[in-house]
Design a protein around this ligand. Structure first.
Ligand code: LLP
Length: 401
């Protein structure tokens, strides 16, 4: 992915930073749009995955909607030109202020996560003389077979309304004159690579829409949520399998005439477009362990520390060194000897936490202070989850064009 020109550009910059390959982003969005449009499916981008302004602008330009989980995300979506008729607002804890903001913005729909929330949205909409569109987020109790920290659709998860509570939902909907019931919403988890899981979800969606229809409600929207995973092990080759993903829903979802099918993809659209670029600050060779201490850590990318997530890590100064270092003079000016010797390193950050480790025992060319390290497939839940812990500078970003 990184050619010599790009690496030379990186070597002139302060690290750490996120590098966005806008070509990869463009290609991914194109693939998703092509695969969804042919079935008439609607995709709302789950903005929580990445709300970098350049990324949002490009996604918006493809005509996708926006799936938001805070008032500020709703605001940002509208500021970045997303059609308000394609903005949905989900989340278990919407505050009154956020609900009011979304009502004022006339968004498409609230994905409602509790019976009490229905009551509150109804009151706030009534106070404004408006009618709020709502979809009921149902917790389908379907196992997503993903890391338990990013599973959302099981009975023990806080998300959505459990199936046994649906009679209360129906009663509340009938009572609330300022709500317009639009449909049903699901989201079972993230980084799902086993498409079989989505077949089980389709079965549950079919049952649930029948339940609502049997109770006198017209289901106009079937929102299946997001969760499609990416291949963290092949950062340069595989974009997400949109074709087969949408095909599962085409085949197994019982879509009735006039119904719309909505998706909320986050990771699959953005993960592969970015890498976190950092430098080796120190090399510590120990008896039991060698450490590469980077200038980036859990404050810039927390996924490995929070979910034991794998990200491919590359020493981009070394891995194509033979083609780069034409003579020993250049090596000398880089203070970096030529080497093809490999060692095992724990790749750690500078933060005062033992968990601040990207990966243990990584096989890498022998590495030196100043080498550039790329942590790949970092475009989703990377920059957005950065923090200022240890009073760190906020990480910046650069773009391929
Ligand atoms: N819709 C809802 C209601 C969600 O909660 C989420 C993600 C999505 C859509 C988008 O899911 P995606 O297509 O990106 O999988 N920080 C974690 C992932 C948390 C996902 C939260 N919800 C990680 O870094 O793996």
């Amino acid at each position: 992915m990184f050619n010599n020109q790009t690496i030379d550009k990186f070597s002139q910059l302060d690290t750490p930073f996120y590098y966005y390959d806008m070509g990869v982003l463009n290609q991914t969005l194109q693939a998703c749009r092509d695969a969804s449009v042919k079935h008439g499916f609607h995709v709302h981008y789950a903005m929580k995955a990445n709300f970098n302004p350049r990324v949002l602008d490009m996604i918006q330009s493809f005509g996708f909607g926006a799936d938001c989980v805070s008032g500020n995300e709703v605001k940002a979506a509208i500021e970045h030109g997303f059609d308000k008729g394609k903005v949905v607002f989900a989340g278990v804890g919407k505050s009154d202020r956020e609900i009011n903001l979304a009502l004022d913005a006339d968004i498409f729909c609230f994905n409602v996560e509790s019976v009490q929330e229905l009551e509150i949205i109804n009151e706030l909409a009534a106070a404004k003389g408006k009618k709020a569109n709502v979809a009921i987020r149902i917790n389908p109790n379907v196992d997503a077979h993903t890391h338990h920290f990013i599973t959302t659709g099981l009975d023990e998860n806080k998300f959505g309304i459990n199936i046994w509570q649906l009679p209360d939902v129906a009663t509340m909907l009938r009572k609330c004159a300022s709500l317009q019931f639009l449909g049903i919403h699901f989201h079972i988890g993230s980084q799902i690579t086993d498409l079989e899981v989505y077949k089980s979800l389709c079965t549950r969606i079919n049952e649930m829409q029948d339940w609502f229809e049997d109770h006198g409600f017209t289901v106009k929207v079937l929102n299946t949520g997001g969760g499609l995973g990416v291949d963290y092990y092949s950062p340069d080759t595989n974009i997400a399998d949109f074709e087969n993903y949408f095909q599962v829903f085409k085949q197994f979802l019982n879509v009735k005439p006039g119904q719309e099918v909505h998706f909320e993809l986050g990771r699959a659209l953005v993960a592969q477009s970015a890498s976190l670029i950092s430098r080796v600050l120190y090399v510590k060779n120990g008896k039991k362990k060698n450490f590469l201490v980077l200038d980036a850590g859990m404050t810039e990318l927390i996924r490995p520390m929070l979910y034991q997530a794998y990200h491919q890590i590359e020493n981009i100064s070394r891995e194509n060194q033979e083609s780069r270092v034409k003579n020993q003079d250049e090596a000398a000016t880089h203070h970096s000897p030529l080497t093809t010797h490999h060692l095992k390193y724990d790749i750690v950050g500078p933060i005062c936490e033992s968990t601040d480790c990207f990966q243990k025992d990584v096989d890498m060319p022998e590495s030196f202070r100043g080498d550039l390290i790329a942590v790949r497939t970092a475009g989703a839940y990377g920059e957005v989850m950065a923090s200022g812990y240890n009073l760190r500078d906020r990480v910046g970003s650069i773009y391929s064009e």
